[in-house]
Write a new protein. Structure first.
Length: 317
């Protein structure tokens, strides 16, 4: 094995990937982490994270990711600003390795941990693509300041949607919160904050049919799913918080995925391909939270270490 061969290559720099890198590097595995995977980790966009243990006053997503990255580098992780485009399996002298093809050069590793997270899901309505960046946004912390004292629309009913909507209240004049169901599905504490906020008007059982505007958002056409009544809402911004699509396109055919594109793993984070592991929001999991992503990363690193020890013939018996 050559000296430039890594023990483990981690793709993704969110909580899952960084946690995996901390555990792998502390186990004295030669570890490389690729952080230039698009999109940016969801956690880094969070204005405040209130439910991560150890931070009773909350912590900004950017700060949490920064602390994890600093800790990872402290233990020796090599962090590369490169985009992994493809993973190829290679066999030499009876030993299997993986070649990671990036936008700058290729890297070789004995094992791979996929922690690519997920990307914003679109509504798929008329005007959405054309007005993205012109009033249509998927990130409150990125763009909220652009809508100071303006009327805006927010779409979604989960935790992320309500957290984003609450952040928007710091800037917007009025917010129409649209959700296709009768009830919100977010944590109760978030719902309480939403209904206590005078700036927010909740429109349940409603969907957006079209986003309109010449060069920027000017209005949306909404429909009540029960009555079919249509209403035109004047607004200057539309924030879409309807979920995420796993960033797994580049591994289709390499590992098994489910109908929604999530990578299938067992409890040890092993995928269908020996030597490849997955953790965080890119895998099929019943809960998508920062704390569970971190746990996934730790398990994936532990499983990778056992695999590497077996390949090298150094496993403990």
């Amino acid at each position: 094995m050559t000296t430039n061969l890594y023990d483990v290559a981690i793709i993704g720099s969110g909580p899952a990937g960084l946690s995996a890198s901390i555990y792998a590097s502390r186990a004295r595995l030669k570890t490389v982490l690729f952080e230039n995977y698009n999109p940016a980790p969801q956690a880094i966009l969070a204005d405040i994270i209130e439910n991560f243990p150890g931070f009773p006053d909350g912590i900004k997503g950017y700060d949490l990711i920064g602390k994890l990255k600093k800790q990872s580098e402290k233990f020796g992780t090599e962090i590369k600003a490169a985009l992994v485009k493809e993973i190829k399996t290679e066999v030499s002298s009876g030993k299997r390795t993986f070649r990671l093809i990036t936008d700058e050069k290729d890297y070789s590793s004995i094992s791979v941990i996929i922690a690519t997270g997920a990307k914003f899901k679109q509504l798929g309505v008329k005007g959405e693509d054309r007005l993205t960046g012109r009033g249509v946004s998927y990130c409150a912390t990125c763009d909220a300041a652009l809508f100071k004292n303006k009327d805006i629309v927010a779409v979604g009913g989960g935790d992320s949607a309500l957290q984003g909507t609450l952040f928007l209240t710091k800037f917007a004049k009025k917010i129409f919160l649209i959700h296709r169901q009768e009830r919100l599905r977010a944590a109760q504490i978030l719902q309480e904050k939403i209904f206590a906020e005078a700036k927010i008007k909740f429109l349940p059982e409603t969907v957006i049919e079209e986003i309109s505007g010449t060069n920027k958002v000017e209005s949306v056409m909404v429909t009540n799913v029960k009555t079919s009544a249509k209403t035109k809402l004047s607004c200057e911004g539309v924030f879409i918080f309807v979920g995420w699509t796993p960033s797994t396109e580049f591994v289709k055919g390499l590992v098994n995925i489910d109908a929604t594109g999530h990578i299938l793993t067992d409890a040890a984070m092993k995928t269908s391909a020996e030597g490849i592991f997955a953790c965080g929001d890119c895998r099929a999991t019943p809960l998508r939270q920062i704390i569970t992503a971190c746990g996934d990363g730790a398990v994936a690193a532990h499983s990778a270490q056992q695999y590497i020890d077996r390949i090298k013939g150094t496993e403990y018996k």
